[in-house]
Design a protein around this ligand. Sequence first.
Ligand code: C5P
Length: 286
Amino acid sequence: MPILTIRANAKLNLTLDVLGRRADGYHDLCMVMTSVALADVITLEIGTGSGVQVSTNLSFLPTGEKNLAASALLRFQEATGLDLGGARISLEKSIPVCAGMGGGSSDAAAVLRAVNQLAGAGLDPMSLAKIGQAVGSDVPYCVLGGTVLAEGRGEVLTPLSPLPPCVVVVCKPNFSISTPELFRKIDKARLRHHPDTEGMVAALEAGDLSGVARRVYNVFEDVLHPRQQSEVAEIKYLMVSHGALGASMSGTGPTVFGLFENMTAAQAAVQELRAGYRYTFLTQTV
Ligand code: C5P
């Protein structure tokens, strides 16, 4: 039976701006995203009989169509008309779940890339990204990966110069966030600050890590509950006091990341953060 194992990298939002609510209920966004080495490992096998079976190392994740990886496979079949003769997807999760790091979206994108290869469909990345859009707003970006400006619902993608090599510390606070609720809060808020997206793109082009780190910014931080804001602020403070050049929340959170030049400093930050936050990782640019 054809089988393939691939990595699904986590993403970070270097910037995240919400421009406004659209007629279809979604929001127009403007985000600079980048991939990091932290990844789930996906194994896809096709021709396994009937239906799509999903297994994961995390028992609380859905294994039916609600799992974005299964949904991606079904959308691929619909879009191409190919009969895969059943499929088995195994997800070895390392990316924190419901964390703003695009774990589920990246798994879905990895399944699209894997099934395209296994079934010999020969779709280009843009066609795969289009199929992924129906699975979730972050899936088109995850199909492409790298450092990208994402606009519209998240599907209008412009590749950018890569994030200069650096060490990245990610830390998931001990609270969870509902994405739709956060978007509702943004609708009611009057945002006083927006990220300097143009400056971020220019800093990436110049390979200026300090310039990038100075500009990391996420408007969703402004509408968190004050208790959540202070937890995020505490993590950012700890990262910066250990030498992070900049720190911000990723996506709709709650994961906070810090960009470091120095591995020893990053390791010290991880050690201290781990005492209070189980999901703390050291990773790097890819
Ligand atoms: O597309 P996805 O299923 O990931 O979106 C989850 C939720 O996030 C949507 O139901 C919507 O509330 C919100 N969303 C949005 N505008 C976007 C992306 C997501 O309002 N561009």
